[in-house]
Design a protein. Sequence first.
Length: 254
Amino acid sequence: MRTKIVAGNWKMNLDVRASQTLAQEISEKIEKLETPNTRIIIAPTFTNLYPVYHHTRLDNRVEIAAQNMHQAKSGAFTGEISAEMLQSIGIKTVILGHSERRQYFNETDTALAEKMLTVLNNNMEAIFCFGEVLEERKAEKHFEVVKGQLSNALFHLSANDFKSIILAYEPVWAIGTGETATPEQAQEIHAFVRKVLADKYGKVVADQVSILYGGSVKASNAKEIFSQPDVDGGLIGGAALIADDFVKIIEGIL
Ligand code: 13P
């Protein structure tokens, strides 16, 4: 059975106190929930990783992830963070390839291919994001675009490496816009991704990888999206910043 995952990407929001408060609220609210086969992940910004992880009393089901990481081991990369630095504070999961990184910080498939190797060489885990922009969807190129993003950044990896990869389909036109992909649109791409993976790595790998949907997931639409057979959870932006909403979204997958 595939692991179900609800992950909150906090993006560049919340100072240290607010991050700790939110993490603690989420933790307290899930205390009474049974969450079998479900992972709950939150991704505060870099400066808040340590205090949230080490100085906040959290239910041990709440996992902490970083939002990005550089591919190099160390060196003259002003403003960047390495795998070793994340590991040194106990962080093992990192979001990579978010469309905001691709769009505003020129993150390329080539850089992502390197970052994936760095993740794997450091025994870490990636939440790898991909998805088409509106023009590509309108031109009906979304399948081609998604396949290209996956093959350019992931297909140098081995089948075994996919045990450390979570995929997150985030159509860019649905991020922060209030416009969600319909459950059918999400399912269509997720099933396609599984087929692309099956063709390259075999059905066992394709069936085992968790594929999350991200883009305007809210308490009101989460259950319907998560009910699709190939949707294994969500990567949540705005609604992950409100404890009640995030917990309702978690309830949507149980
Ligand atoms: P929203 O949920 O705010 O649309 O953001 C989705 C996202 O980008 C998660 O990584």
